[in-house]
Design a binder for this molecule. Structure first.
Ligand code: G1P
Ligand code: ZN
Length: 544
């Protein structure tokens, strides 16, 4: 088969963010746009590997353009001499399933087609991300190399070949490259079966326990139907919105109190089941609910750490835990009690991967509805649901009591994230650099009735490889273990998004109105950051 060399020119906007390259779908559909990026990835990974001997995995969350992108990638993978490409059937692989496939099949890497929890459709978002052999997102060094390749690209390689039938499991050949269409569910399911006791989950459902799982028309629908209904024995109909749709039914497939409103409503109704959960578009995020009860992601991580040894896959205990810097410090208190290290990393999952590869960390999570463990190198929504189910099966108490018991034992971090979206990017970066310059002066001053003990721009030194990540967010820590954190999003596609994280710690962590507990912190943060001066308002667009 003849390899075609296509002349192209660099686009200047292909710097991958914390979760790959994410843009409006129409940008990706421009001539050469996706091709340039894919070639840049291949050029960058070819520098250290020999693709003919190697396997690439391809799959995505099923959003608009997923299928076309898979076909483009297959032709380019063939022209670039990859030995084998594994593709999830219908082009579908959840992000954690991609991680599982890469690891189990010893692939060199994988291309994930997703914009995660962002809406899908021709006028919405698309994305692509390269994951490395450990199953996790490319480290910063590699993403930088990919970006540099996008800036100097002059040509890419492809072949003339008809579309491969993605809908049946079969083996094809495109030039010298073997293309294997694989079952999207089986590798991931096998990993779950190693970790969880499905017999005890079956007993739980047999005893009359009920749950509702909202797949938000994202990729987890088929995984959840198979694992929750077919294997764990949850009744049919447990999985809601289980069909993956190219536009997620026109919704934001983002599992939080705002975008999963129907599930939230069900869980607070008189017919609420015992347990509720939702996952995002590509299946890596999760939200956990009890009857009329919301479990914050920070508490969820802390509680899973507290009860981890009740889950077969973690019965030997935890090597350590990790959280991203803005995530509430609840899990640190559990780690202290367990006598295991707690790591604080920058935002973005890739930092956890190094700790896990080095055997230093077992559980990790982020405030943005991401929870996971060392079974893969991505956050994993359905895993979190199964972990909670296992804890519920073992403890035999309602979700709300498990959480309030946790607060009694460890105290509580009252926590909110305030997002200010679509801001003028110039104003946003000016605001951040302004506060950065004033940080040193803040230490020792009063803030919302407490004293500031630390004010800095978070810098992370990776304990495994010594690499340094600077400017990872402004943090202002108070003497009563309360904090405000503020940073700019690395994943938005329109203007800038400012995230302000408010956290107040109280030792007697009862049920209180969170906004009230946080109101003094919010008022001080508004003043300190001069929100009104920079953006004309201090009212956030989304509170989670
Ligand atoms: C957001 C979340 C972050 C997560 C990332 C990818 O990034 O805050 O925790 O890792 O999405 O899902 P941000 O937009 O804040 O840069
Ligand atoms: Zn996601």
């Amino acid at each position: 088969m003849t390899i075609k060399t296509i002349q192209t020119k660099p686009f200047q906007d292909q710097r991958p963010g914390t979760s790959g390259l994410r843009k409006k779908t129409r940008i990706f559909m421009q001539e050469h746009y996706l091709e340039n990026f894919v070639q840049a990835v291949f050029n960058a990974v070819k520098a250290d590997a020999d693709p003919p001997a190697q396997t690439l995995v391809v799959g995505g969350d099923g959003r608009y353009y997923n299928r076309s992108a898979v076909q483009i990638i297959l032709r380019m993978a063939s022209a670039n001499g990859w030995g084998r490409v594994l593709v999830g059937r219908s082009g579908i692989l959840s992000t954690p399933a991609m991680s599982a496939v890469i690891r189990r099949r010893k692939a060199l890497g994988g291309l994930v087609l997703s914009a995660s929890h962002n809406p899908g459709g021709i006028d919405e978002d698309f994305g692509i991300k390269y994951n490395i052999a450990n199953g996790g997102p490319a480290p910063e060094k590699l993403t930088e190399r990919i970006y540099q390749e996008t800036l100097r690209i002059q040509e890419y390689f492809t072949v003339d070949h008809t579309d491969v039938d993605l809908d049946r499991e079969a083996e094809h050949h495109v030039g010298g490259t073997g293309i294997l269409i694989i079952d999207s569910l089986s590798d991931y399911t096998a990993v779950m079966e190693e970790l969880f006791d499905f017999g005890s989950l079956r007993k739980l459902f047999e005893s009359g326990f009920r749950m509702a799982f909202d797949a938000m028309n994202g990729v987890t629908g088929p995984y959840a139907v198979h694992i929750l209904e077919e294997i764990a024995g949850a009744p049919q109909g447990t999985v809601l919105r289980g069909t993956p749709l190219e536009d997620f039914g026109g919704h934001h497939p983002d599992p939080n109190l705002v975008y999963a409103a129907e599930l939230v409503q069900l869980m607070s109704s008189s017919s609420a089941p015992d347990f509720g959960a939702a996952c995002d578009g590509d299946g890596d995020r999760n939200m956990i609910l009890g009857k009329n009860f919301f479990v914050t992601p920070g508490d969820s991580l802390a509680i899973l750490a507290e009860h981890a040894t009740k889950i077969p896959g973690y019965s030997g205990g935890l090597a350590g835990v990790a959280r991203s810097m803005p995530t509430s410090m609840a899990v640190d208190r559990v780690a202290k009690e367990l006598g295991v290290p707690a790591y604080e990393t920058p935002t973005g999952w890739k930092f956890f991967g190094n700790l896990m590869d080095a055997g230093m960390c077992t559980l990790c999570g982020e405030e943005s509805f991401g929870t996971g463990s060392n079974h893969v190198r991505e956050k994993d929504g359905l895993w979190a649901v199964l972990a909670w189910l296992s804890v519920l099966a073992s403890v035999q108490r309602p979700v709300s009591e498990i959480v309030t018991d946790h607060w009694k034992r460890f105290g509580r971090s009252y926590y909110q994230r305030h997002d200010h979206e679509k801001l003028n990017a110039g104003a946003a970066s000016e605001m951040i650099s302004n506060i950065r310059q004033r940080l040193l002066l803040l230490e020792g001053t009063d803030f919302a009735g407490s004293k500031i003990v630390l004010a800095d721009d978070f810098q992370y030194v990776d304990p495994v490889d010594g690499s340094i990540s600077k400017n990872q967010g402004i943090r202002i820590l108070l003497d009563d273990s309360s904090r405000i954190v503020c940073r700019l999003s690395g994943t938005g596609t329109e203007g800038a998004t400012l995230r302000i994280y408010l956290e107040r710690y109280l030792k007697d962590g009862g049920v209180r109105d969170i906004s009230e507990v946080l109101s003094a912190l919010k008022a001080e943060a508004t003043k300190l950051l001069e929100l009104v001066r920079y953006f004309g308002t201090d009212v956030p667009d989304v509170i989670t």
